[in-house]
Structures are given as structure tokens and as C-alpha cells.
Design a protein around this ligand. Structure first.
Ligand code: FDA
Length: 315
């Protein structure tokens, strides 16, 4: 696991930047089979079918229309249109338990990296999606990307929350700054999704070893559970899952004041077990054609996934 973290994980993430590898992967039909474990489909109908299945099993959902690092304004507009179409289709799922529907979005898919006024354009686009979400009875959470984007993202989220107080965001426990961010957002009553962090980051900004990240996660979780907000415990790690229940008890939190979150295709049985035991559980479901970056991060999280993928390619 140490060798994996220090050598393989950064290599996988770096290799992912190669256009040649990207194009080859997108052609291979074996890749597709492995991708399907994590991404239920490319179309709106595919994702509606997947949502239905999760809702029927007593789970809530958050939907990510895949895409990131857009440097083309019309591409950002197309992403907004896809979110609006998804949100407008959500009434077809009715009736659903209150709070079941959410979308997750990435500001770099909405234009944050455009050379001019990127953050402003991304904010306007996020606002359009937040309005469509409000009409659909859904909430919005803004995903966390690499560390260079955090300050701008948090500024956009603070601004959006003035008009849409239930807009939430993700904080990544591996970043050294995150305890402070947790304190700020817990105080302001925000919905905060706490995850470990999935990007290759330098030790100057992020804890380099897993043990440190786990300890930071637990410190952050305590701050969020103690605070006034709505903690969203995004982890598949049994230690974090158990700690969440213990801390919720310690701070007298009712079951509807926080939730567990996991990714589509990862520990699905555990998702159902927790929901059956009375916890709120939300599944993060990505869909769309731009699954590449998302898929590579899932491979980089677990050595066994890479092995599985390579065996599938070989066979
Ligand atoms: P950890 O990596 O320790 O895994 C614990 C166990 O979970 C593993 O032993 C294995 O059983 C299982 N597992 C974990 N990952 C797996 C995988 N890929 N394949 C198979 N099994 C796996 N990150 C980020 O930087 N920005 C973001 O916005 C988000 N958003 C987000 C939303 C939600 C709902 C979740 C659950 C996660 C994210 N993440 C994220 C990803 C997150 O940062 C982290 O990389 C993964 O969740 C893996 O960390 P765990 O906490 O699950 O623990």
C-alpha cells in the first residue's frame, strides 16, 4: 500500500494525462465493461434507470454529469443544458422521499478554467443549475477538484449560499487547510461532504500518508458533527463509517441531520445494509461520455481495481 501510494498512484494519475492512453482506453470495449461498474451509462435514460433502482432500495442519490477542465465556453453551456435536462426529467421519478434527489457538479466543467472570467462564468452557470434544482426539489453539491481550485470554489459556494442556502460543497481531508475550512462551514450551517481526496497532490498542501489522512478525516468529521451544518460522510472506509455513528451519538444528532455517502458500484451491499439499519445513505452516480478522469481516479484508489482492469484488457 505504501509502494502503491508513493509510486503507482501518482503514476496512474500522471499517465491519465496522456492523450494517447486516453484515446486508446476510450476505444477498447473491455475498458467499457470495467467502466460500467462505476458509471451506469452515458445517456439521460441510463441514469434515470440507475436512479430508480437506488431509490427502490431505499437510498438517496446525487447525480454527476461527467466532465471537467473545460476550456471552451460552449462546452460549459452544454454541461449546464445537460444538468437542466436531468433536473427537468426528475419529476418522472415521483413520488420520492423528500431530500432524495441531488446533483453534484464540478466548477471546472462549468468554465472555472476559462482564460477570462472563469470563476464568474462558472458561478453564473452553477446558479442556473441551482435554480433548476430548486424547481425540481433537488439540492446541489459542488465537488472538490485539485488544490489549485479550492479558494475560488469556496468563494463561489459562499456567494451561491446567499441565495441558495442548501448549496453544499466537498472538503478533502487530505488537504492541510481543510480543518479550518470545516470549522468555517460547520459554523455557517452548510451541507458539507467530507471525503479523503482523490487527486495527486504535493506534500506541501496535502498529507502524504494514508494514516495522516485518516487522522485528519476523523478530526474534520468531529468538527462537522459538532457544528450546525449537515455532515455528509463520503467514505467507504469501515473506520470512518463507524466513527460517524459514534460522533453522531456523542453530539446527539438525529438520523436525519447527517448522512453516509458512497460511490455507485463501490460497497453496494454496505450501502443497503446501512440504509436498512435506519441511516440516511446517498449514492453518487456519475453518467455521460466524459467518464475518463473519473474512472482513472477510481482505479488509482485501489490496487485491486488496476489489476482487475489490466486482466480484463489482457483477456
Ligand atoms: P479508502 O480509500 O481507504 O477505501 C476504503 C475501502 O473502500 C477500500 O478498502 C475498499 O474496500 C473500498 N474502496 C474505496 N475506493 C474504492 C475503489 N475505487 N474501488 C473499489 N473499492 C474501493 N474526491 C475528491 O477529491 N473530490 C470530490 O469531490 C469527491 N467526491 C466524492 C463523493 C463521494 C460521495 C465519495 C464517496 C467520494 C468522493 N471522492 C471525492 C473520493 C474520495 O476522495 C476518495 O478518493 C474515495 O472515496 C476513497 O476513499 P475512502 O474514504 O472510501 O477510503
Amino acid at each position: 500500500s505504501t509502494l502503491f501510494d508513493s509510486v503507482l498512484r501518482p503514476t496512474i494519475i500522471a499517465a491519465a494525462r496522456s492523450e494517447r492512453i486516453k484515446q486508446a482506453s476510450q476505444r477498447w470495449s473491455t475498458t467499457e465493461k470495467v467502466v460500467r461498474r462505476f458509471v451506469p451509462g452515458e445517456s439521460l435514460d441510463d441514469v434515470l434507470t440507475a436512479i430508480r433502482r437506488e431509490l427502490d432500495d431505499g437510498l438517496a442519490v446525487t447525480i454527476d454529469f461527467l466532465g471537467e477542465d473545460t476550456v471552451d465556453e460552449s462546452h460549459a453551456d452544454a454541461t449546464v443544458a445537460a444538468y437542466v435536462a436531468l433536473l427537468q426529467a426528475m419529476p418522472r421519478l415521483a413520488p420520492v422521499p423528500p431530500g432524495s434527489l441531488e446533483v453534484s457538479l464540478k466548477l471546472t466543467a462549468l468554465g472555472q478554467r476559462l482564460p477570462e472570467h472563469g470563476a464568474k462564468i462558472a458561478e453564473e452557470n452553477a446558479r442556473t443549475i441551482a435554480e433548476a434544482a430548486r424547481s425540481a426539489g433537488a439540492s446541489v453539491t459542488v465537488d472538490a477538484e485539485d488544490h489549485s481550485t479550492v479558494d475560488e470554489r469556496l468563494a463561489v459556494v459562499r456567494s451561491l449560499r446567499r441565495d441558495f442556502p442548501d448549496v453544499g460543497t466537498v472538503l478533502q481531508a487530505y488537504l492541510r487547510r481543510t480543518e479550518d475550512d470545516c470549522a468555517e462551514f460547520a459554523e455557517s450551517g452548510a451541507r458539507i461532504r467530507l471525503c479523503k481526496g482523490a487527486y495527486a497532490e504535493p506534500p506541501s498542501v496535502a498529507y502524504p500518508d494514508r494514516g495522516q489522512v485518516d487522522e485528519a478525516y476523523l478530526r474534520c468529521l468531529r468538527i462537522l458533527m459538532k457544528g450546525n451544518g449537515y455532515p455528509m460522510v463520503a467514505s467507504h472506509d469501515p473506520t470512518m463509517i463507524e466513527a460517524a455513528s459514534i460522533l453522531a451519538k456523542e453530539f446527539d444528532r438525529a438520523p436525519d441531520t447527517w448522512e453516509h455517502q458512497m460511490l455507485y458500484g463501490i460497497r453496494s451491499d454496505e450501502q443497503r445494509r446501512l440504509a436498512a439499519a435506519g441511516a440516511r445513505v446517498r449514492v453518487y452516480i456519475p453518467y455521460g461520455t466524459e467518464w475518463y478522469g473519473y474512472f482513472v481516479r477510481r482505479l488509482a484508489e485501489k490496487p485491486a481495481n488496476l489489476g482487475f482492469f489490466l486482466r480484463a484488457l489482457a483477456g
